[in-house]
Design a protein. Structure first.
Length: 247
């Protein structure tokens, strides 16, 4: 049986590991799709896409985000934010690979639509888990997590550009990156916060039918507009929440 003084230390280690694990999810989320972006001109040329067809195919990513982003709260409540984020990351990597090797404009658009859907849900889930961890730590960490996401996006873009410069085939490049980042996400899962998400989490209230407040809307928009940081209103809300917890 663990003695009393050891338990807080063990909890501290668990929270530290959880923070690294959540950071890994933000990193992979930023890097996966960013690897595909430098390949867009190549895809357009290979599929002989007109400007209109190319624009429609690329826009399907945002269309998927718009459709699926609003389902994130229900998925998080039913399956937990950690599980949704990790499974969604693996699915996102898979659809990015399909988009990279798509042989027809329709398959490209479908793959990007599904990739956008997964990306939006993952964004909301990882932000939800990050906010849950932030409450457990008692200090703000969401800004640092979004900095990690930005680092992942930069790393992904550089990796994609390097693959092009080295003449690495698109399918091989995206497959290796997708598998590697999926392994990172799966490995991070065991260190995420265990158990169900708090009932007072905004995503849980939304799924239960409670009237959505500004924070819920902000989380959903984080999925619909995954390339933008969490608004100041979310950070102010969390800061106020932390202040209340310490009073």
């Amino acid at each position: 049986m663990v003695s009393g003084p050891a338990s807080p230390a063990r909890d501290t280690v668990a929270l530290r590991r959880a923070r690294i694990a959540v950071g890994a999810l933000f990193l992979t989320n930023g890097a996966i799709f960013a690897n595909l972006l430098p390949r867009y001109p190549e895809i357009k040329t290979d599929l002989h896409l007109s400007n209109a067809m190319y624009g429609a195919a690329v826009a399907s990513f945002s269309g998927g985000a718009l459709v699926a982003g609003l389902t994130a709260a229900t998925l998080i409540r039913r399956f937990r934010s950690a599980r949704v984020a990790v499974i969604g990351t693996v699915a996102l990597a898979s659809f990015v690979i399909v988009a990279g090797v798509a042989g027809t404009p329709l398959l490209l658009a479908a793959a990007l639509f599904l990739a956008g859907s997964c990306d939006a849900v993952v964004d909301v889930a990882q932000n939800a888990h990050g906010l849950r961890l932030q409450r457990a730590l008692g200090r703000s960490i969401i800004n640092s997590l979004h900095a990690v996401w930005a680092a992942g996006a930069i790393l992904g873009g550089l990796t994609g550009a390097a693959a092009i410069a080295l003449g690495i085939p698109r399918g091989l490049h995206l497959s290796v990156v997708g598998v590697a980042l999926s392994v990172v996400a799966l490995g991070a899962y065991r260190y995420l916060l265990p158990g169900p998400d708090h009932d007072d989490h905004p995503a849980a209230r939304a799924a239960a039918g409670t009237r959505a407040g500004p924070r819920v809307v902000a989380l959903v928009l984080a999925g619909v507009l995954p390339r933008r940081p969490v608004p100041d209103s979310v950070r102010r809300c969390d800061a106020g929440e932390l202040d209340r917890e310490h009073t």
